[in-house]
Design a protein around this ligand. Structure first.
Ligand code: NAG
Ligand code: NAG
Length: 366
C-alpha cells in the first residue's frame, strides 16, 4: 500500500482554490445584493432623436406614471401587467411605438388607446387577450400591429361593431397563433402588405377572404390547416396577384398534372369581387392624387424658374444699358449732349432731371 505523501504544495493549492471560491461566492452575492437594492427603474433611452423608455423585464404590474410625458417609445415587454384602463396611457399621448408583448394582459378597458392618435406601432403579442380593442383600428397613423399568441376567440364578433373601411392604415399585421379558423373581416385594407396567420387552425380559409387586401405582398401560412383544394386555389390566385406565400404546405403548389386534376372540378370562375375592386379604387385614387400633386409641384417649380430667369435677364439688360449709356457719355469727341442736368424752362417744379430722361427732355426742348 502506498502511503500518501504529505505534500505542502498541494495543501497550499487547495487552500488557494478554497479562498478563490469563497471570494467568488461573496462576489456573486454582492452583485446580487446590489441588483436587488437598486430600485427597478425604467431607463431613459434616446433612439433616432426620440425620447424612449426601456421598462422591459421589471416585474411591473402597472404602467409607470412618472415618466416624461413627451415619450415616443415605451417598451413594457416581459412584465406582469394584467389590466389596462383609460388612465394607463393618458399621460403619454405622444407615444408612437408601444411594446406590451409578453405580459398577462386580459382586460383592456374601452377607449384605453383612443387618445393615442400618434401611435404607429403596437405590440400586444403573447398576452391573454380574447379580442383586440376595436378603437385600435380607428387610430389614424397605426401601421404595424402585432397580436400574435393570444386566443382571439371574440375578435370576429367585436369586429362587427366596427365601422368599415377602418381608418388605421395598417401595413403589417401579425395574427400568428391566435386560434383563428378564418380570416377576421376588417373590411378593405389597401395598405396591408405583410400578413402573418401562421399556426392558426384555418379550416375555413378561402381566396375571397383575401379580396379586401389588394396590396398583399407577403403571407405566412406556416402550420395552418387549410384543406388542400382551397389551399391550391388560393395559392394560384394569390401568386397571380404577386403575393409571396411563405412556408406554404407543399401540396398547395401542385407540381404534377395528377395533383392538379384532384382539385380541378372545384375550380369555378371567381365571381366579380367588390371588396377587391373597392380596395383597388382606393389605391388608384391615391396614385392619381400623388400624380396630381407631383404635376402641380412641377408646374409651380417651372413657373418659379421662369420668373427667376426672366428677372435675371431683365436685370442683366438693365445693367448693360446703364453701363453703355455711361460709356457713351464719357467718350471724347462724340457729339453728345454735354449736359447732365437740364433745366426745364417752363416749370418751377422738377427742375433737375437725371440724364436717363435726356432724350425725352431734349424732345420737349424742341
Ligand atoms: C410569423 O409569426 C411567427 C410567430 O410570431 C414568427 O415566428 C414568424 O417568423 C413570422 N413570420 C414572418 C414571415 O415574419
Ligand atoms: C412552422 O411552425 C412550426 C410549428 O409551430 C414550427 O416548429 C416551425 O419552426 C415553423 N417554421 C417556420 C419556418 O417558421
Amino acid at each position: 500500500m502506498i502511503q500518501p505523501k504529505f505534500n505542502g504544495d498541494r495543501v497550499l493549492l487547495a487552500l488557494g482554490a478554497l479562498i478563490t471560491l469563497t471570494l467568488s461566492f461573496a462576489n456573486g452575492f454582492a452583485t446580487l445584493a446590489t441588483e436587488l437594492d437598486r430600485p427597478m427603474r425604467c431607463q431613459l433611452e434616446r433612439t433616432y432623436r426620440m425620447v424612449g423608455y426601456n421598462c422591459a423585464n421589471l416585474n411591473l404590474k402597472e404602467i409607470p406614471q412618472t415618466l416624461k410625458s413627451n415619450l415616443q417609445i415605451l417598451d413594457l415587454s416581459f412584465n406582469r401587467i394584467r389590466d389596462l384602463n383609460k388612465q394607463s396611457f393618458a399621460r403619454y399621448t405622444d407615444v408612437k411605438y408601444l411594446y406590451l408583448f409578453e405580459n398577462m394582459i386580459q382586460n383592456i378597458e374601452e377607449d384605453t388607446f383612443t387618445e393615442l392618435t400618434g401611435l404607429e406601432a403596437l405590440d400586444l403579442s403573447s398576452n391573454a387577450l380574447k379580442s383586440v380593442p376595436v378603437e385600435i383600428f380607428r387610430l389614424p397613423l397605426l401601421r404595424n400591429l402585432y397580436v400574435s399568441n393570444n386566443a382571439l376567440h371574440d375578435l370576429e364578433e367585436d369586429l362587427m361593431l366596427l365601422d368599415k373601411p377602418i381608418r388605421a392604415p395598417i401595413q403589417i399585421l401579425n395574427m400568428a397563433d391566435c386560434w383563428l379558423t378564418k380570416l377576421p373581416n376588417f373590411g378593405i385594407l389597401p395598405d396591408l402588405w405583410q400578413l402573418n396567420i401562421s399556426s392558426n387552425p384555418m379550416t375555413e380559409l378561402t381566396v375571397e377572404q383575401f379580396s379586401p387586401m389588394c396590396n398583399l405582398r407577403s403571407l405566412d401560412l406556416n402550420n395552418t390547416q387549410i384543406p388542400i383544394c382551397a389551399c391550391q386555389t388560393m395559392t394560384t390566385e394569390l401568386t397571380a396577384r404577386r403575393t409571396k406565400i411563405l412556408n406554404n404546405h407543399p401540396h398547395c403548389t401542385p407540381l404534377f398534372a395528377s395533383e392538379q386534376s384532384i382539385c380541378a372540378q372545384d375550380v369555378s370562375p371567381a365571381p366579380p369581387n367588390t371588396d377587391f375592386q373597392q380596395c383597388m379604387d382606393v389605391r388608384n385614387s391615391r396614385i392619381l392624387d400623388t400624380k396630381a400633386k407631383t404635376a402641380w409641384f412641377k408646374i409651380s417649380l417651372g413657373v418659379l424658374t421662369c420668373i427667376v430667369v426672366f428677372s435675371l435677364i431683365l436685370c442683366y439688360f438693365h445693367k448693360r444699358n446703364v453701363k453703355s449709356m455711361k460709356d457713351n457719355n464719357n467718350k471724347p469727341g462724340k457729339i453728345s449732349v454735354p449736359i447732365h442736368r437740364v433745366m426745364v424752362p417752363s416749370g418751377d417744379e422738377l427742375p433737375i432731371v437725371e440724364n436717363g430722361n435726356r432724350d425725352k427732355l431734349i424732345h420737349n426742348c424742341d
